[in-house]
Design a protein around this ligand. Structure first.
Ligand SMILES: Cc1cc2nc3c(=O)[nH]c(=O)nc-3n(C[C@H](O)[C@H](O)[C@H](O)COP(=O)(O)OP(=O)(O)OC[C@H]3O[C@@H](n4cnc5c(N)ncnc54)[C@H](O)[C@@H]3O)c2cc1C
Length: 750
């Protein structure tokens, strides 16, 4: 065994193997993979091998598409048979809601270049004669679905990596990880130590335990999962003989079922509602290529549907029942990327569909390690989307929910919110991420990171932070309370992502604190906000004394607070920040004071709808690490009078013009079947899909259906007409030059 390597990948499942392969593809060949047993000994060996390109997040769907396309290449290069079957797949709808969802999925697939077709129930029956047509109203057919041999795929990845110089050590258990003062790692195994610059945790079922070796609690949990394989069936033989090919794969949402041909019989599995976590606290190291005891009673409700929808299954013997564990993150998407706060420690785990996603996960992580950037929009998979709040108990509850809702439709929310526009509303804003930056040199440090000039003391402004290629790392409100004393406010979901970036750039003498819930807040918004707040403070809130974008420490009642005059609703408003012991008292004070003004409560979803009327973008939708501030039209936060990271890239882009531009659209819904945009719908121009929606909502006050979306810059002309495809219907979408509500911003400044 080598005593040193550039990278040690821990775990020889399909994911670790893919990471190893992609590292070598990108030129890092001094890499080793360490596997405690045989390759595939975790979840991989007993996987059903199914591959789908569809995913709730289009960016993950894109990486799944890449994965499916990779298998022929690694099979051919390694000489390892992957048993690739590509019969295509049917997603079957039993009711109108599901059919609408499939139409949306088809539309989203368009801009990813997916070739999917809506077909009738009769056509689905012709393609898949085992189904009982009366239970379905239609289907979506995807040619790019199929199945592979998980062991073959893992060996093929490893085979290609080995050809490039990678080494693989099986029966070698990593029992500890020790970081040296210079940030490099000693990987301690039962066959000796390897000194490595980087480590990758691809420990699958044991990723949590590998994380714990360095005091990290990763939000992953294994769930039991069962599938059944039938004896050979006459119906299958007849179909094969008549058509010359195997049956397509099926996804049946009513029974949470997937079904496909396996040899001369059928394989079917289910995401049962009575789901069971496996080893919720600790995965035993003694577990090795084992299966769990089947529990068919748990599957009974799904089996009942399976026998009704595919009657031939009821009459055939079951040859094998597989029950095995595999891991999920709380939202069902993988955990990928650099671990926040731990130098050169990477993860690729929580991958619940390793055969669909493993290739994309390996590619993104390898690019991130080698190039410093994953190369795609992988926000939905970034390990930093979870913070310390993702505890064991949270993970346990959310993973059960994700598992049992695997095939469910999540309906977009609908909120009424006009109270904020007409009177005054109160909401909690503690769920913004809050940071404090102090210490000599803070101002110089932030100025080098931010695209906008820093505000004067007592003021707030908006800014962006960019990577060296000019892509958006984050957007923040910056409040200055002293020469070298700042509060930063940003997106809560990106707290770990942003902290990782700030800590990664920290300068000597500067202190960067993630405030979490040590600073909490309430936000008052609406025309009556000043009257309410003024009635409980001696500080003058008149505009001449407390103009828009002021940030000061004042007393509210007897409560010491930092009060910023700004809101995300676009109305007159104040954000009031206090330490947690005062929040209850603050709420009671404002609530009582607000009663004469008709105060009401509003929530985060309402806020998201209100911000659409004001054309305010948001993190993870309009602002993501694949866009630039020029594309996102953040010009007001972009000042080229100082040096900042990414400035050269911005200047170059300004000189040549952005390739795409964030547009703001007024949609004309179908009066007969009104439905609003929710995000990820394709944008058509003529007969071509030219862009995609980033977010959309019904604006209750303006009574308009609004959307944001990126389109080619040459088409982004005010008034230009596009179409947005909503549930299979192309609806007119006019590009607006300015917010539908108060374009001059008077309401915020009164
Ligand atoms: C019944 C069932 C059916 C499934 N069907 C499908 C399907 O049809 N399609 C699909 O895409 N996915 C399917 N899956 C999911 C799929 O199995 C997983 O997504 C995939 O196997 C995850 O791979 P992995 O490499 O992350 O983890 P694992 O396969 O668990 O690999 C992790 C490896 O790391 C090694 N390891 C851990 N810790 C250490 C250490 N300290 N030192 C050395 N080695 C270590 C382990 O021994 C193990 O081999 C199924 C899962 C189950 C249970």
């Amino acid at each position: 065994m080598k005593s040193s390597a550039h990278v040690v990948v821990i775990g020889g499942g399909v994911v670790g193997a893919s990471v190893l392969y992609h590292l070598t593809e990108l030129g890092w060949t001094d890499v080793v993979l360490v596997e405690r047993k045989e390759l595939t000994a975790g979840s991989t060996w007993h996987a059903a091998g199914g591959m789908h390109t569809l995913n709730g997040d289009p960016n993950v769907a894109k990486l799944q598409q890449y994965t499916v396309g990779l298998y022929r290449e690694i099979e051919q290069r390694s000489g390892q048979n992957c048993s690739i079957h590509m019969p295509g797949g049917l997603m079957l709808a039993g009711d109108r809601e599901r059919m609408d969802w499939l139409r949306m999925a088809q539309a989203r697939g368009r801009y990813l270049g997916m070739d999917m077709e809506i077909i009738s129930a009769a056509e689905a029956k012709r393609m898949f004669p085992l189904l009982e047509e009366q239970y379905f109203i239609g289907a979506l057919f995807d040619r790019a679905e199929g199945h592979v041999d998980p062991t073959g795929v893992t060996r093929a990845y490893v085979g290609c990596a080995r050809q490039a110089g990678a080494e693989i050590y099986q029966h070698t258990w990593v029992s500890g990880l020790r970081q040296r003062p210079d940030g490099t790692w000693d990987v301690i195994t039962d066959s000796g130590e390897i000194h490595a610059e980087h480590i990758v945790n691809a420990g699958g079922l044991w990723a949590r335990e590998v994380g714990r070796m360095i005091g990290l609690e990763l939000p992953v949990l294994a769930m039991e999962h069962m599938y059944l394989i039938t004896q050979d069936m006459d119906e299958v033989a007849e179909y094969n003989a008549a058509t010359g090919h195997e049956l397509p794969m099926g996804l049946d949402f009513d029974g949470e079922l997937y079904i496909r041909q396996e040899g001369g019989g059928m394989l079917f599995g289910t995401y049962e509602q009575a789901c069971v976590p496996w080893s919720p606290r600790e995965t035993p190291w003694t577990f090795d290529q084992q299966l769990l005891a089947p529990d068919l009673d748990r599957l009974a409700p799904s089996l009942e549907i399976a026998f009704k929808h595919y009657p031939a299954l009821a009459g055939v013997g079951i040859k094998k029942v597989i029950n095995g564990p595999f891991t999920f993150a709380p939202d069902g998407n993988p955990l990928v990327g650099p671990v926040p706060g731990v130098h050169n420690c990477w993860v690729a785990c929580g991958v619940m569909a390793g055969l669909s996603q493993g290739g994309g996960v390996g590619l993104a992580l390898a690019r991130w390690m080698v190039d410093g950037d994953p190369g795609e929009d992988i926000w939905a998979m970034d390990v930093a989307r979870f913070g310390n709040w993702a505890s064991l108990a949270y993970t346990n509850a959310k993973v059960r929910e994700s598992y049992s809702r695997r095939f469910r439709i999540t309906f977009p929310n609908e909120e009424l919110c006009t109270m904020v526009r007409e009177r005054v509303g109160l909401t909690e804003c503690s769920n913004f991420a809050k940071y404090r930056v102090t210490g000599a040199g803070s101002a110089d440090w932030l100025q080098r990171l931010f695209t906008n000039r820093l505000p004067r003391a007592g003021r707030i402004n908006l800014t962006a932070a960019l990577d060296p290629n000019g892509h958006i790392v984050g957007e923040f409100s910056v409040a200055r309370v002293g020469t070298d004393d700042f509060f930063l406010f940003g997106s809560h979901v990106a707290e770990a992502h942003h902290s990782r970036w700030f800590f990664g750039h920290l300068a000597d003498g500067v202190r960067f604190d993630v405030l979490g819930l040590s600073l909490v807040g309430l936000s008052l918004a609406g025309p009556g906000a000043r009257d309410v707040l003024q009635s409980v403070t001696d500080a003058s809130l008149a505009t001449e004394n407390y103009p828009f974008m002021t940030f000061r420490r004042i007393d509210v009642g007897m409560i010491p607070a930092y009060v910023g005059r700004m809101t995300y609703t676009g109305d007159l408003g104040y954000e009031i920040w206090v330490t947690p012991e005062y929040q209850r008292a603050l709420f009671d004070l404002l609530w009582q004071a607000g009663k004469p003004y008709g105060i009401g409560l509003f929530g985060f979803r309402a806020l998201m709808s209100l911000r659409m009327e004001k054309m305010f973008g948001t993190w993870a939708r309009e602002y993501r690490p694949i866009y630039t501030p020029v594309e996102a039209r953040m010009h007001r936060s972009l000042k080229l009078d100082h040096d900042f990271i990414g400035r050269a890239a911005v200047e170059a882009e300004l000189a040549r013009g952005p390739a795409r531009t964030l547009g703001y659209f007024d949609i004309t819904p179908d009066p007969a079947e009104p439905a609003d945009v929710v995000g990820d719908e394709p944008i058509w121009h003529g007969e071509a899909v030219v862009g995609w929606v980033t977010s959309g909502a019904y604006a209750h006050y303006s009574r308009r259906s609004l959307a944001f979306g990126y389109v080619p810059s040459e088409l982004a002309v005010p008034g230009a007409m596009f179409e947005v495809e909503i549930i299979g219907q192309r609806r007119p979408a006019r590009l607006l030059p300015e917010p539908v509500l108060d374009p001059a911003g008077h309401r915020m400044r009164v």
